[in-house]
Design a protein around this ligand. Structure first.
Ligand SMILES: Cc1cc2nc3c(=O)[nH]c(=O)nc-3n(C[C@H](O)[C@H](O)[C@H](O)COP(=O)(O)O)c2cc1C
Length: 437
């Protein structure tokens, strides 16, 4: 039997899901109620996924023609709720799956973040992760009293210190500090609760954390650094990394790189699970799956403006001011997501913006997965074997209950029959399940 791999789900924020896609009902008016998110959490737990990652950004896009029009008209990451609320609600309808909200290090003082994540870990009985992002948009920075984002690599220097502080705050309660001795009348042993007295280059906090300890001790850290500096940050801190590396070679190279960096900083490389972005298209027959892929591609072409606006949001590039029928000018750079821009340039190879976008994220993310459940399951197994591990992050453009049924009742049972994914959770807490294989 091959070693099983891990599955996780990338939820595009606590937002309107898949606006304009079929099978989404009245999502434009029902989105703010959590039912779809709760159904998603229950379905993915029945399918034994490791976790759901709730993506986030905390601003309204304005990077297309210098206007927010395209973002608001098409529901591009707006409106969107605070991810901590939906994360908390998801924990209350599940008992095993990990829930991973995103919080930007620029947006929260470390004390507030450590307390929030510890609290979520408590109410979920040890199933919380934190997607630790530095943020990338000047518009977001301006919502928090900053004039703009610090320079790309400096953001990661700041985040390194931020992580150190947060981890120390989580450790400010020793195991066994809560004695809850009813006869003796002692709730907490004060000798086991410590200040952290951190005073560093960027942050200052006293501690201890007043929330009490997190059940996992240190909640799970997720990361998605793509640039060399981002990867170094991820290798130093992450328990799981989500990555969009295109093709088997790039996937293997990314994972090997991370594992090498982890070993170099004294970590066991098996203690971080690297998950690759995919959006499988399954059908009852190969022909049906191919037809759905063609429909998705046609849709992608008809939504070029939206896709460029989204790409521009994470790279801070205003594509509205560029000629789509020409290549992206060489002097366009980013202080945002460097990896995405690099991938775009590599894919473009001199082609126009329009032609490049036809391929960019159209149907395949890391690898193309199109076919019957059996064919897709087999391919997923082969790819992981070639890459070396560790699993997949599903990033579906068509989040709806039909898609969920296809995954839960179609693809996952086929993967389970092949022994490729778990059929039951091994443990009660998130990190233990993540490290179970
Ligand atoms: C699957 C995935 C999910 C991400 N989720 C978020 C997110 O929710 N919020 C955010 O600000 N950035 C998010 N990012 C961006 C990363 O944090 C990172 O900035 C990006 O991968 C570029 O890498 P770099 O920062 O090293 O240039 C995500 C990236 C990926 C690949």
């Amino acid at each position: 039997m091959p070693k099983p791999f891990h599955l996780a789900w990338f939820l595009q924020g606590s937002s309107v899901q898949a606006w304009g896609e079929p099978w989404t009902g009245h999502i434009g008016t029902t989105w703010a109620r959590p039912e779809l998110f709760l159904d998603l959490a229950r379905a993915l737990e029945r399918a034994c996924f490791d976790y759901i990652l709730l993506e986030d950004s905390s601003y309204v896009g304005e990077s297309f023609n210098g206007s927010n029009e395209v973002y608001l008209k098409h529901g591009l990451s707006v409106p969107r709720q605070d991810p901590s609320v939906v994360a908390a609600l998801m924990t209350q309808v599940t008992s095993r799956i990990g829930i991973v909200p995103t919080f930007g290090t620029f947006a929260y003082p470390p004390y507030l973040l450590a307390r929030l994540v510890a609290t979520l870990d408590q109410v979920s009985a040890g199933r919380i992760g934190w997607n630790a992002v530095t943020g990338s948009s000047d518009f977001a920075a301006m919502n928090f009293g900053l004039n703009g984002m610090p320079e790309h690599d400096l953001r990661y220097d700041m985040a390194d210190e931020y992580l150190e502080v947060v981890k120390r705050l989580w450790s400010s309660w020793e195991p066994g500090a809560i004695v809850a001795d009813r006869q003796g009348g002692v709730l907490v042993d004060h000798t086991k609760v410590h200040r952290v007295n951190h005073e560093g280059r960027f942050f200052k906090t006293r501690g201890p954390l007043n929330s009490g300890p997190a059940p996992q001790g240190q909640p799970v850290i997720a990361q998605a650094g793509g640039s060399p500096r981002g990867r170094r940050f991820a290798a130093a801190h992450a328990d799981t990394i989500v990555v969009n590396a295109k093709g088997i070679e790039a996937m293997r190279a990314y994972r090997d790189d991370i594992r090498g960096m982890m070993a170099a900083c004294g970590r066991n490389p098996d203690h971080c699970k690297v998950l690759f972005l995919v959006n499988p298209i399954v059908g009852e027959t190969t022909e049906e799956a191919q037809a759905r892929k063609a429909a998705r591609q046609a849709r992608a072409e008809s939504t070029l403006v939206q896709r460029l606006a989204h790409f521009g949001k994470v790279t801070n590039i205003d594509f509205g001011r560029l000629d789509f029928d020409k290549p992206l000018p060489d002097d366009v750079t980013t202080n945002g997501h460097q990896q995405n821009l690099e991938q775009f340039r590599r894919l473009a190879a001199g082609r126009s913006i329009r032609e490049t976008m036809a391929d960019y994220n159209a149907a395949a993310l890391s690898v193309e997965l199109v076919g019957t459940c059996d064919a897709v399951a087999a391919r997923m197994g082969e790819v992981i074997e070639e890459v070396g591990g560790d699993g997949y992050l599903f990033s579906m453009p068509n989040v709806n209950r039909r898609t969920l049924a296809e995954i839960e009742d179609g693809l996952v049972p086929t993967l389970q029959d092949r022994g490729l994914v778990r059929a039951t959770y091994e443990h009660a807490q998130f990190r233990d399940n993540l490290l179970a294989f």
